[in-house]
Each structure stands twice: as structure tokens, then as C-alpha cells.
Design a protein around this ligand. Sequence first.
Ligand code: UDP
Ligand code: MG
Length: 338
Amino acid sequence: MSTASPNSPSSLPEKPLRLSIAIPLHNEEEVIPELLLRLGKTLDAIPGGPHEVVFVDDGSSDATASLLEAAAARDPRFSVVIFSRNFGHQAALSAALDHVSGDAVVLMDADLQDRPEAIPLFLEKFRQGYDVVYARRVRRKEPLWLRACYKLFYRLLNSMAEMHMPMDAGDFGLLSRRVVQELRSLKEHHRYLRGLRSWVGFRQIGIEVERDARFAGTAKYSLRRLFRLASDGIFAFSTIPIRAAALFGMLALFGSVIFSFYTLYAKFALHRSPQGFTALIILFTFLSGVHLLFLSVIGEYVGRVYEEVKQRPVYIVSRVIRQPRAADTGASSAADQR
Ligand code: UDP
Ligand code: MG
């Protein structure tokens, strides 16, 4: 690792900044025209360049890929990575990171919940020497129950994770080139990028950005997928679930020893025989439940180990559409280009 920060204030005036924006999309045809418009305006206003936007089409079945292809043909700043099928949001973000070449990279969703107009604010912090600038979501425009779940999850994760995780921060944010390089070298299969971003370190800061409502279309994250993302966060950054078994085990042992002494006392001092068939059944079902629960927790970790040892790639690219550029320094997966 070089010691000098590429974005340190002293190194800035000479070198024009090249910004990359990385956007994963899955069936987002309704939002693309507005997205392109707002991205174009935002990029035009940022000095330096040439900037780029890398769209990753995550196995869309609608007109997303063709709309993006047409956009890339019109504007050399746009390039498109098309997946062979749907691999999921986090895989698409990883692919985008593998294909960007800018000095700073902004990750954002396609549905305009992350407003492109926040990008200049990220750049301001980047120029001050921060390697990671992430958006802390304020005033989310989502249903109350979902916001409550998000809040609870981020607090739970933070209390369980072995390092500090920023509260209420999604993937929307800016990464310096060296952070992107470090993220590329992390090959884990179940990716929870906002956690890996914290794990990488360097100077990080959160700024408050309002999270808008989705511009059009429906959410592509089903509740099941949201739950899977949340469990990726917890199981990838904490071993507390598995260690909780030891705590439960000790409590159960302690309780059983106390109860054994009480039974002896009841038998010999009070001349009472043990009673309570119902209590026995309740205890039996409770402990069976606890056993099965922790078996599933162990299974979760074993399953993740199994996924990792298979060493399948996180995603497969079908096509990359990119106009040749003189200033292109080459993305890491140039071999993918056909
Ligand atoms: N997305 C994706 N692959 C998927 C699901 C979602 O690339 O399998 C993209 C989607 O197009 C959007 C972003 O990930 O740009 C966030 O998805 P969404 O807005 O549905 O999630 P939410 O904001 O509801 O969490
Ligand atoms: Mg969204």
C-alpha cells in the first residue's frame, strides 16, 4: 500500500478528478429515462473528467438492457455490464466495482432513492482527504414498519459486529480508488458490501442525505431478500449467534443443578416426591426448541463455509458494452469484454 492518500488535499490541484458512478439495475425500465437525465446533469456539473457511469444489468427481463445499450451508444461516459442471469444486488455492485476506473467511485441505486445531487457533497469530503463518504439515511420515505425494522436491524448489527458499523447507512456513498482496490481483493461469496466497506478502514465519514421514495416501478428487494441481506450482515460480521449457544447451555446447566438440589431437599427434608408432568413437557419442548435453534445457527455458518469452499464466482458477465476511450486505464476484468 502506498502511504500517500491519492485524494489528499496536497495532491489535488494538479490532477483533474475522474469520477465513476456504479449502478446495479434489475427490471428498472420505468426509471431509466429520468435516471439518465439526472445523472447527465450531475456529471456535467462536476469539474475534471472524463467521468463514467457503469450500469450493471442484473438479469433484467424487461427493456433495461436495451435502454442502457442505447444510452451507451449515445454517450461514451456510459458503459453497461450485462449479467448472464440475476445474481442479486450485492453481486451487481461487486461487478460494478470490478469495472470502474475512476479516482473516486460512487455506488447508488437506480430507482433514484439515492439522489445523484448528493454526489457533489461526497466529493467535497473526498477532497478533504476522506476515503469513504457514506450517506446516512435521514427522513426515509418508506412505510413506518419497514423503517422501524431497518432501525432495529442496524442497532442489532452494531451491537453484535466485532467492529463499528455505521448506523442507518446503505450502500450509497463514495469510495476512493484504494478502497475499491481493497474491496476487489475480498472474494467472499455472501457479500454485505456496506459491512466490508467499514472493515476495509481508512478515513471514513457519514453525511446526512435524505432518502427519497422510489421514482417509479416496484421494489426489487422482496422481504425474503431483505431478510437474507440482513442475515448476511450478521453472519458475516459476528460469531455472537454461535457463541450465544454457550450462554444458553450454561444457564440451562445452572438451572438443572439448582433444581436437582431442590429435588433432593424436597425428598429428604420435606418428604415430597417430584411432581409436575406438565412442567416436564414444557421444559422438554423448550429445550428441544433451543437445541434445534442452535443447530440451525451452526447450519447457517456451515452452509456459508460450504458456499465459500465451492469457490464459484460471485457473478458471470454475458457482455460488456463500452465505447473505447483514450483515457481508459483498464478495469480489472478486461478479460470479460467480448
Ligand atoms: N437490484 C439489483 N438486483 C436485484 C435486486 C435489486 O440489481 O436482484 C437493484 C435495483 O434495480 C435497484 C437497487 O438494486 O437499483 C435497489 O433495489 P430496490 O430499490 O428494489 O431495493 P430497496 O430500495 O427497496 O431496498
Ligand atoms: Mg430502492
